[in-house]
Design a protein around this ligand. Structure first.
Ligand code: FES
Length: 373
């Protein structure tokens, strides 16, 4: 029996065994569920950027065993852990402060209200200065990478997609990176512009960083008007470029068409991905059995929600970080059933061993899932 056959046999035994056991729906053991690499922080400042956007300054909380915060690179994100109405969940937000702030044990995240968004509404409406907030260490590969990236960096931002580029702009201003950055920032109206004051200051002071703002639904002096076009970007394209994009899907689609006209190689273009959507033709609710080290839980999951969200709603503290299929932190084994997995990056061996990323997996049948907690 080869290794894969052996693993499959073991799985069959787990499934057979799990159907004999009575599901245990008691809350899972706190210690077992404890996430790795949690930093305890305190919110020490909140700043209103627009009607629907706030920047939160987080500081290390030595009283809760976190004397220091980890260093980070511009473009990385942290994941915040919150409990809202009894539901434990996480969300990833790009760091908007300079990496040098981490030396002072401070991070900044900037959060935009999302319609019906559980976490964004909670953060904007209920959280106050002095509250504690558990976060992950910084993660992610988005942002400027001096070894592989070109000196001419064009950033394309839409809405709250400006946040990683504010961090990068500050890092360049402070001499952490030696490159030239032009940020094209597309928003609906002047009132939607995040970081107005910082952008003005940077545009005044820096030779290496320039923000160009286009308002898609308003005309105003000093601002471009309309969606980004080839003509707007063309003057800033050099022989070699690195293109970084962060914003809504529609922006990526329209920009891809424009970038194709400049013949920019695919390897020079990177996207920050923070959305996972799947719209099934027919709405179905499936049965999901979650097999953990010491417990089994039986829950339901609609086919337009991810397995991760369904587990969180049911009170299961499933591991998660990026929530967009990239980091692999939520990796679990699909023991039985089918899922639609959107945008996950899995290695060949992971696919052969039936691993899935529940953060981007939508059920396509009843499921048996093994979770290593
Ligand atoms: S949480 Fe990162 S891959 Fe699922």
């Amino acid at each position: 029996m080869n290794k894969i056959e052996k693993v499959k046999k073991e799985r069959k035994e787990i499934i057979a065994d799990s159907s004999k056991k009575k599901p245990n729906n008691t809350h899972i053991d706190e210690e077992v569920a404890k996430q790795k690499s949690i930093y305890h922080t305190k919110i020490i400042d909140m700043k209103e950027e627009t009607n629907n956007v706030k920047t939160f300054t987080l500081s290390a909380d030595p009283d809760s065993d976190t004397p220091y915060l980890a260093p980070f690179k511009a473009g990385q994100y942290i994941t915040i852990h919150v409990t809202i109405n009894g539901e434990d969940t996480t969300r990833a937000y790009s760091l908007s402060s300079s990496p040098s702030e981490a030396n002072k044990n401070k991070y900044k995240i900037t959060i935009k209200r999302v319609k019906d968004g559980l976490v964004s509404n909670y953060m904007l409406d209920q959280v106050k200065v002095g509250d504690k907030l558990d976060i992950s260490k910084p993660a992610g590969e988005f942002g400027y990478q001096p070894i592989i990236d070109e000196d001419n960096v064009i950033a394309i931002a839409g809405g709250s997609g400006i946040t990683p580029f504010m961090s990068l702009a500050k890092a360049i201003m402070e001499g952490i990176y030696d490159c030239h950055l032009t940020v094209f920032y597309s928003v609906r109206t002047y009132d939607d512009v995040i970081f107005k004051r910082e952008i003005e200051e940077i545009n005044k002071k820096s030779k290496n960083v320039k923000f160009i703002i286009t308002l898609t639904r308003e005309e105003k002096e000093g601002y471009l008007h309309g969606h980004l076009t080839k003509e707007m970007i063309e003057p800033y394209i050099k022989e070699f470029n690195t293109i970084l994009m962060c914003g809504p899907k529609e922006l990526y689609r329209s920009m891809n068409d424009i970038l194709n006209e400049f013949n920019i190689p695919r390897k020079s273009v990177r996207y920050e991905n923070f959305f996972v959507e799947y719209e099934p033709q027919e709405k179905i609710t499936y049965h999901v059995k979650v097999v953990m080290k010491n417990k089994i839980e039986e829950i339901t999951c609609k086919n337009d929600e991810t397995l991760l969200v369904a587990m969180e709603k049911a009170g299961i503290k499933a591991p998660s970080l990026c929530r967009v299929g990239e980091c692999g932190y939520c990796r679990s084994v699909l023991l039985e059933g089918k899922v639609k997995m959107i945008g996950a990056t899995l290695k060949k061996a992971e696919i052969e061993n039936d691993y899935i990323h529940p953060c981007v997996s939508f059920p396509d049948s009843d499921i048996v899932l093994r979770l290593d907690i």
